[in-house]
Structures are given as structure tokens and as C-alpha cells.
Design a protein. Structure first.
Length: 151
């Protein structure tokens, strides 16, 4: 994934895969007192225990677990396609998500943020960047990478 950075995978994606990898390493150390595992050792029980580890020890939400498990599934599917792995340990595993209600700022709240007097140039810039994101729908990474020649 690091090699694909900038070639179809953003910096955020590569960092997300690295985070999943770090959690897998933590899981192996916590559960098995190991740093590595053979692919042939992966089975449904391993997948279930990794999910349990993420929810209890790491303490992430159901939807965050779903993202980690989806990344793991992507890597395992790649191993299957390349015939490195001959069976899918996640074949019976269902990725679960929870519906999350998204709360939006009202027009009045946005106006109050715009009118707020800030004394630091840095906090003014943070506020303006936040407002720009609100009005354009751009993600932080898109704004960060925005230059005059891209407009």
C-alpha cells in the first residue's frame, strides 16, 4: 500500500492501512505473544478474536471495526487472487455497521462562527479553513492539498 501512495491511494488511505496493520501487530502481541503469523494460520476464530480485540482492548466503535475488517478483507482477497492463500478465512464473516445520525451546523451557527473575533492569525486561519470546508464540502486533505494552480 505504501508503494501505491499517490498512484490510486491517498496518504489517508495508506495511513489507514498502516493503522490496521498496527492493530494486527498489537493483537498478535496481546493474544499470542507473537509478532507475526503465517497466512495459513488465519481462520474464522482468528477473525472473530481480532474483532473482539478491537472492540474491547482498543475500544473502537462498531463502524471503526468495520473499516479495519474491510481493509483486512481487501488484503486477504489480494492474497487469494495471487494464490498465496487458498481459502478465505473471512468467507463466513459479516462486516457489521451501525447507522450514525449526522448532525449539521445550522445557518445561525455558521454565522456565529464567521462573526467570532479571533486574536490569533493561526486560529483565524483554522476557522476560515473550517468554514471553507463547510461551504464547499471539501475534506481537510483536499483543502490542505489545494493550491492556486488547482483552482
Amino acid at each position: 500500500m505504501r508503494q501505491l501512495h499517490g498512484k490510486g491511494y491517498s496518504e489517508g488511505s495508506t495511513k489507514a492501512y498502516q493503522t490496521t496493520c498496527n492493530h494486527l501487530k498489537g493483537f498478535l502481541a496481546h493474544e499470542w505473544n507473537r509478532e507475526e503469523i503465517f497466512l495459513r494460520e488465519l481462520d474464522y476464530a482468528f477473525i472473530e478474536r481480532f474483532e473482539h480485540y478491537l472492540r474491547t482492548i482498543v475500544g473502537v466503535s462498531v463502524n471503526c471495526v468495520a473499516k479495519h475488517m474491510a481493509r483486512l478483507r481487501t488484503i486477504l482477497n489480494l492474497c487469494i487472487k495471487r494464490e498465496i492463500l487458498h481459502r478465505d478465512p473471512m468467507a463466513l464473516y459479516k462486516i457489521r455497521t451501525e447507522r450514525v445520525e449526522i448532525c449539521y451546523l445550522t445557518e445561525d451557527e455558521l454565522t456565529r462562527v464567521m462573526q467570532k473575533r479571533l486574536h490569533s492569525k493561526r486560529t483565524q486561519r483554522v476557522r476560515d479553513t473550517f468554514l471553507f470546508a463547510c461551504f464547499t464540502g471539501f475534506s481537510y486533505s483536499d483543502i490542505r492539498d489545494l493550491t492556486a494552480c488547482k483552482i
